[in-house]
Design a binder for this molecule. Structure first.
Ligand code: NAD
Length: 482
């Protein structure tokens, strides 16, 4: 059985307690590898290595740091197909999606931040003729990056790359549910010549090694992506220690379709937004609001399109819908079908587990569409994070804004209309960090990313991330002999 290893001080090592956790293949339900069940002792080694590496990494010329990160990007691209297969095997997502989206984005993350750091600059302020202020941006030291299972290497590298590019040393923890590509990244970093201790990857449970990272006094910042409840738990520990915190949390996003939208594009866009990655993207549009005059036609066409998503082997290049990530997650999704039914929802398609031929023990769920629910029922308020979309009619902008903004989350919204003044009114009115107009999931790496309300705190992406991983120092020079 394949045993994953921690990556500490430049080496692949076993956990000190020699304990491991089972890692499942979601398509078969079988254990296919073992993950280190790391604890405080492993973390101490990782922090010691990171501390020892910090001064030298911080003082490495930016161009040299960038070149190493660019080599990592090159190696990820070179291994595109094997990494995509690994991601699909570990997570259950279609290999075509991992090949098109997850792995290319992981390489882009390194490339983007390697080069962005070369273009970063600081400010000067002439206060009067005697006084000059200028600012320095300095890395924080050792920082922690904790990521979830839905876009494993994509999100893991989105945190690590800006932290490293700006001169920090990193302790990173991937999700214990999808650790495989993070392990493969360790090997790539060794190959790329990343100096020992600069990046340390520790595997294990969130409640154990994750919590230890958050509480460690020498770890100066936590960049976390995951559930809202976990984010709250992390903030409770890290905030009184005055750690810098970036929290990218849950979502329950609206897709809003007006009758004046380009119908075909809105239809395709709504299906994609609801069901990409089996609905397991924090940005998925799981509440679909359709203007009443097109509701019945849209409903019929939408369900017809959704039925074309066929749960099947994630490894097959023709598969458009894979397995959900775990047995527990499948059970959670199914429990929401029951909740929806008890709330008066009518299941228009899907609603049950399914067993593709050859994958009888896998965690497959039929993409599901539900109508007839109130906007404020549990199904429409709580994050399910699986392939369940609800559809609801609306008549006015005010009404749909009320529905859209009624949830505790505020990550993204997608709006479909050809009316420009409506675009501006609605974009202003929507309580979310991102509004996509006539599109979904276009993510320019330069743009800020993050949520409002319970979807998180802070912004990642672009220079925001480089700023997060650095502290600005103001230097004020008074000169008498001007
Ligand atoms: P999760 O919160 O259960 O776990 C995320 C990570 O945190 C994992 O690595 C886990 O091991 C670790 N963890 C758990 N408890 C911890 C603790 N007490 N201290 C430190 N670390 C701990 O989330 P998940 O189930 O892996 O991911 C799904 C959630 O992530 C959804 O809510 C989804 O919306 C959210 N998400 C948000 C974004 C975003 O950018 N806003 C992106 C992707 C996923």
């Amino acid at each position: 059985m394949l045993k994953l290893q921690n990556y500490i001080n430049g080496k692949l090592v076993a956990p000190q307690n020699k304990q491991y956790i089972d890692n499942y293949n979601p398509a078969t339900g079988a254990v296919y590898s073992l993950i280190p069940k790391s604890n405080k002792k492993d973390l101490e080694k990782a922090v010691e290595a990171a501390e020892n590496a910090f001064l030298s990494w911080k003082n490495t010329p930016q161009e040299d740091r960038s070149n190493i990160l660019l080599r990592i990007a090159d190696l990820i691209e070179k291994d595109l197909h094997s990494l995509a297969s690994a991601e699909s095997f570990d997570n259950g997502k279609p290999v075509s999606l991992a090949t098109k989206m997850d792995i290319p984005r992981a390489a882009q993350n390194f490339r983007f931040y390697a080069t962005a750091a070369l273009h970063n600059h600081t400010n000067t302020y002439q206060t009067d003729e005697n006084i000059l202020n200028y600012t320095l941006r300095e890395p924080l030291g050792v920082v922690g990056c904790i990521s979830p299972w839905n876009l494993p290497l994509y999100l893991f590298t989105w945190k690590i790359a800006p932290a490293l590019a700006s001169g920090n040393c990193v302790i990173a923890k991937p999700s214990e549910i999808t650790p495989y590509t993070a392990f493969l990244l360790s090997k790539i970093c060794i190959k790329a010549g990343l100096p020992a201790g600069v990046l340390n990857i520790v595997h294990g449970l969130g409640s154990e090694i994750g919590a230890e990272i958050v509480a460690h006094p020498q770890i100066k910042a936590i960049s976390f992506t995951g559930g809202t409840q976990t984010g709250a738990n992390i903030a409770r520990v890290a905030a009184p220690m005055f750690k810098k915190l970036s929290l990218e949390l849950g979502g329950k996003n609206p897709t809003i379709i007006f009758a004046d939208a380009d119908y075909q594009k809105a239809l395709t866009g709504a299906v994609k937004a609801a069901f990409t990655n089996q609905g397991q993207i924090c940005l998925c549009g799981s509440r679909i609001f359709i203007e009443k005059i097109i509701y019945e036609k849209f409903k019929k066409d939408f369900v017809e399109e959704v039925k074309k998503l066929i749960p099947a082997s994630p490894a097959s290049v023709n598969t458009n819908f894979g397995a959900v990530v775990s047995k527990e997650h499948l059970e959670k999704i199914i429990s929401y079908v029951e909740i929806a039914k008890s709330e008066g929802g009518k299941i228009l398609c899907g609603g049950t587990q399914t067993h593709p031929k050859g994958f009888e023990n896998g965690y497959f769920f039929q993409p599901t569409v539900i109508e007839g629910l109130a906007y404020d029922c549990r199904t429409n308020q709580e994050e399910i994070f699986g392939a369940i979309a609800t559809i609801q009619p609306f008549e006015t902008e005010e009404e749909v804004l009320k529905y859209a903004n009624s949830v505790r989350y505020g990550l993204s919204a997608s709006l479909w209309t050809e009316n420009n003044s409506r675009v501006q009114r609605m974009s202003k009115g929507l309580a979310s960090g991102i509004v996509w107009v006539n599109c979904w999931l276009i993510r320019d790496l330069r743009t800020p990313f993050g949520g409002v309300k319970d979807s998180g705190m802070g912004r990642e992406g672009g220079f925001e991330a480089l700023n997060f991983f650095t502290e600005e120092k103001n230097i004020c020079i008074y000169s008498t002999n001007v």
